[in-house]
Design a protein around this ligand. Structure first.
Ligand code: ZN
Length: 321
């Protein structure tokens, strides 16, 4: 399918060109993030256990329990890295004022590349772009004590050894908590005032990211499934509400044994989204499943045929205009 044919009913929901004035065009992407290996999600360097939050299990079910979470910081970091890796390989990261190639976690971003412009940047001496992709913490559907276990880990650092770059031995030797494979997290990512190409960039980063743990370790594998895409003129409900509503549905069908059946979860999640959508005070338009399929196939094709870089290049040229 041609680019013009993708989401053509929603053409006015995208920005034609980037502008820094807010226009109230929201695109929400609901995602299931499924652990495919053992995962350890914790705040780096905190020495604490896995990230978790105590919340109501459902909207109807008022019992309070801990849920495992994947922090929005973790998601952003991983998915930006995926995007930048691609941009770097296509020479689409630009030079900074210090004549270095734009990189994350440096004080001088280029402020001109697709990633700086979509995911945001700040420079000391002025100049900033707020992120136009808003992440939220992802919640496990089932309670923490069901989706986690304890075992001895030899977690490796990114350099593939048991020692970090300063020679400090891994602190994760010994018993550690981990998220079990098969755990399903619910997530919503919101795009604000983006062009079609910027949307494709952000969405492709979610689709192309597979590993949310240390690069060389076998842990941290995640499969992302896009549930739905929804356009609106205001923010929708919270990710937690969606998670709770899915939990209520699964419980009413007595389908809450670990590991959850993923097809069941997808069906319940779609229904839950549908119901919560009705309570929004705004203009809300959700794609049909055929439109979603078309969009995902289009993204797959442009990466397979190496056309994504052309699209991204065209977009980054626009910022300079
Ligand atoms: Zn940049």
């Amino acid at each position: 399918m041609k680019r013009e044919a993708i989401l053509k009913e929603y053409k006015d929901k995208f920005m034609e060109k980037y502008t820094h004035f807010p226009k109230g065009k929201y695109i929400t992407v609901a995602i299931l993030r499924q652990a495919e290996s053992e995962c350890i999600f914790r705040t780096e360097g905190s020495g604490e256990g896995l990230n978790k939050e105590r919340v109501n299990l459902g909207i109807e079910n008022k019992n309070k329990e801990f849920r495992a979470t994947i922090s929005k910081r973790k998601q952003t970091a991983v998915e930006r890295r995926t995007g930048r890796e691609y941009l770097r390989s296509k020479n689409l990261l630009f030079e900074t004022s210090k004549s270095e190639i734009c990189a994350l976690n440096k004080n001088t971003p280029c402020g001109k590349c697709l990633d700086c412009m979509v995911n945001g940047y700040a420079v000391g001496e002025g100049g900033a772009q707020r992120s136009r992709i808003v992440y939220d913490n992802a919640y496990s559907i089932l309670p923490f004590n069901i989706v986690t276990g304890r075992k001895t880990f030899n977690a490796l650092y990114d350099n593939g050894t048991m020692r970090d770059e300063n020679g400090k031995p891994s602190s994760s030797l010994g018993e550690d908590e981990y998220v079990k494979p098969g755990t399903v997290f619910v997530d919503m990512v919101t795009f604000k005032d983006v062009t079609f190409t910027e949307f494709v960039y952000g969405l492709s980063n979610i689709l192309r990211s597979k590993r949310y743990g240390a690069i060389s370790s076998r842990i941290g594998k995640i499969k992302n499934t896009i549930l739905t895409v929804c356009f609106s003129d205001c923010e929708l409900f919270s990710n937690l509400e969606l998670t709770q509503s899915i939990y209520d549905k699964l419980q009413s069908e007595e389908n809450i044994e670990f590991p959850l059946d993923i097809d069941n979860v997808v069906d319940s999640a779609k229904l839950a989204f549908e119901n919560l959508k009705k309570e929004v005070y705004g203009d809300v338009a959700e794609v049909t499943s055929d439109e979603l399929k078309g969009l995902l196939q289009y993204i797959k094709n442009i990466f397979m045929e190496d056309k994504a870089s052309e699209l991204f290049k065209e977009q980054s040229t626009q910022y300079g205009e």
